[in-house]
Write a protein that binds this ligand. Sequence first.
Ligand code: ZN
Length: 291
Amino acid sequence: MHVELKNQRQLNTLVKVLEESKFRFLCPKCLRGFSTSTLLYRHFRQKMDLIHQGLDSSRHDFDLFIYCYQACMGPSITATNIPSVPRCFEISYIIQHHGEGTESLDSQNSDHVQAYIPKSYTVLRNFVVPVYYDVQPRGYNQKNATILSQRRVRHLQKLHDEDVEARIRALLPEVENWLSGTLRLPKDISHDPGNITPSVDVDRQLVPVRDLLYRGYGSFALIRTSRDVLSPQNISKAVYTVLKVDGPGFIGTQKVAVGESILVKNQVILTAGLILLISVSPAVVVGGGMT
Ligand SMILES: [Zn+2]
């Protein structure tokens, strides 16, 4: 208690010192001080990484803004409890809330770590991927399966389903060579766009996996990341199923493993080394039995 009081007193003094200084705002990413919001925003625009660009995007892309702000500040920040800009960049607010929530992550939530922040991002403007459509309904043998209520699942929640995950992992050895051949890594790194998409039809080989994930006529995409990239724009709200992990293996803030599926509701950062089946369907079956 004594130590806490001492710490609190020192913190109060420090906040006062900062408030009396010429700085009014802090960049939540690098914690640099700025005297006006104009200078702060100029700093965001001068930095080329996605987090700084995202901090500048509250007016035109609020989802990206929240994602980047949360990546800097910690998991307890949500779209509803954040003060409006530029108040959320004021020194006292940043000092009080920076890192909040990281102390209390319980074991149940242990895979929800602080947002993975790669050193450099590839922000692909108008990143669209080829989308394929089912010619026949999928999941015909899943008539009695529980359908996932997507509205009750939060952004980046894993659709836990041990049975499906095990069956996907069992299917993968058969398609592994095909996957790496279809999604060939570029030989010349300087021409590496960060994402690799198929140039051939991928319907047939992915039928067994899709049959496990959903029922009915769906649409889907297949991508491989060779750099940290922002997920594609044209299929950003979808179920992302992991077919391969090389590297850190993050989808947004979630660490993912082969076979797992996760519901993504808006654009997130995908780390390098992932192969993902992205699917949109009328009836998601994977994770439907979650309580
Ligand atoms: Zn900064």
